[in-house]
Design a protein around this ligand. Structure first.
Ligand code: ADP
Ligand code: MG
Length: 468
């Protein structure tokens, strides 16, 4: 393999151009965001999730991508090149060559170099926690308060406050981020801490069995002050590894060493896992992370933008935040694309151009939208206000029915192509002007009544979720 350029730079004592690293990261994040929408989740998780852009050689149009194994490199090369090249082309507007590099190769190459390359150093002992995943960069909202508090407690009183701590949530809601934040903090306290996915744990365990080195395997874990184990659901169906995990868990737990676990579903849905494991896990603090509210999403986007060293007008963040609520990684993908685009557009993009790009980009990426029908909207709104669809359509004009009914009118008008009279018809044969009045009323309230605004955004979130 020929040395990547930055390795040569290091060897020759030339300073690496940080900008080229940053650009590589941005471009690749943008590409991942797009690809994620286009391939099955499982393949994304397997092949692309842990890759990162490490160097962009603008002059020769080459981007270096770090992957975890030569197998992944080969797979991406053979099976995904077409798709990835297309997306890169879209992101930066010209074709470039992709060079997949394996982490360990890089480390060997850079062995004699004094300055460590942070992003490509998977050395076993000093765990390279993601520098972007810190407590400071984690935005706390109603959705993740408990998890955040649990994570803080772990770093304040490792092994003492809650043990184990279990985070669960759907994908892209911050579990891995919190694990890394805990990792940074404990490491800076001089603690011996390891972060590992349960997949990697499985690999290590199996190869220890094969090589008859289970003693060393256990020793490695036994000496830890804290074990952070991610994506525990991968242990499902791996009985032998579950056994290994159970013993590791017990040994650490008995010595009051901190264990933190993340998984993608609540413990009681883990019945496929051995009951003795689930019962151990439920002995500490279990904290779920819900989908973030609109305000939290905007705050997250602003924080991420600051990390990327970009800044956009407020309305751009809001536009982005309105588009998705279920997965922050998707939001980040969006932000990265906007950032990459504005970075590569010749002159500084104006707010209008950004908004325009954003609306186009979304059209391109959004999954086929299942159009909501009117009954679904009525159903969601009634559930939200704890009333029945019949009450919404009925004649009564009580205040507690009036607002929900007008919200239905407003949403039907916004989210479907129904005319005012068609809406009136399905809402108990009301006439066109009543519906018009309802829509105007809600539009006004949206501006001056924060409570209503929040209610409508919540309902829209639910609609969005059903729709995708
Ligand atoms: P999970 O492990 O739950 O799938 P991640 O921790 O990988 O999710 O989060 C996905 C992305 O969203 C990460 O880039 C992370 O930094 C970001 N993220 C999630 N929650 C927050 C938050 N509350 N504040 C800032 N960033 C967040
Ligand atoms: Mg994760």
């Amino acid at each position: 393999m020929s040395y990547p350029k930055y390795v040569r730079f290091f060897k020759e004592g030339i300073f690496l151009n940080e900008n080229q690293i940053k650009k590589a990261q941005n471009i690749w994040q943008a590409v991942l965001g797009k690809v994620e929408m286009k391939i099955p989740k499982a393949s994304f998780e397997t092949w692309l999730k842990d890759t990162s852009g490490i160097f962009y050689d603008e002059e020769h149009s080459i981007i270096d991508i770090k992957v975890n194994s030569s197998f992944t490199a080969q797979y991406l090369q053979e099976r995904m090149t077409g798709l990835i090249e297309r997306e890169i082309n879209e992101v930066i507007g010209k074709p470039i060559k992709i060079n997949y590099l394996q982490g360990t190769e890089l480390v060997q190459d850079t062995n004699n170099i004094d300055t460590p390359i942070h992003t490509v150093n998977p050395a076993k002992k000093h765990i390279p926690f993601n520098p972007n995943y810190t407590f400071d960069s984690f935005v706390v909202g109603d959705n993740n308060q408990l998890a955040f508090a649990g994570a803080k407690a772990v770093t304040d009183y490792p092994g003492k406050a809650f043990n184990p701590v279990v985070f669960y949530s759907g994908v892209g809601l911050g579990k891995t981020h919190l694990l890394h934040a805990i990792g940074h903090t404990l490491q800076s306290q001089g603690k011996n801490v390891t972060y590992i996915t349960s997949e990697e744990f499985t690999n290590q365990y199996i190869s220890a069995i094969k090589n008859q080195t289970t003693e060393i395997f256990r020793e490695n874990f036994r000496n830890l002050d804290a074990l952070l184990i991610d994506d525990l659901q991968f242990l499902i169906g791996k009985e032998q590894t579950q056994e290994g995990f159970f013993h590791t868990f017990n040994e650490l737990h008995m010595q009051n060493k901190q264990i933190v676990v993340a998984l993608d579903r609540p413990l009681n849905k883990l019945n496929v896992l051995e009951p003795r494991i689930t019962s151990r896990l439920s002995g500490g603090l279990t904290a779920d992370i819900q989908r973030p509210s609109f305000e939290t999403r905007v705050a997250i986007l602003q924080t991420k933008a600051a990390t990327l060293q970009v800044q956009f007008p407020q309305n751009i963040y809001e536009m982005m935040a309105k588009k998705t609520s279920s997965n922050i990684r998707q939001l980040e993908g969006l932000l990265n694309r906007v950032a990459a685009w504005s970075q590569f557009s010749k002159d500084k993009a104006t707010s209008n151009e950004l908004a325009d790009f954003l609306s186009h980009d979304l059209e391109a990426i959004s999954e086929p939208i299942k159009t909501l029908n009117s009954e679904e909207i009525i159903q969601i709104v009634s559930e939200y206000f704890s009333i029945t669809p019949d009450q919404i359509k009925g004649k009564k004009r009580n205040k507690n029915l009036l607002i929900p009914r007008q919200i239905v009118m407003y949403l039907l008008r916004e989210e479907t192509s129904m005319s005012f009279s068609a809406i009136g018809k399905i809402l108990g044969n009301r006439d066109h002007s009543t519906v018009l009045h309802g829509c105007v009323k809600i539009t006004e309230l949206l501006i001056k009544d924060n409570n209503i605004k929040k209610q409508i955004l919540d309902i829209k979130d639910t609609l969005l979720e059903i729709n995708s």
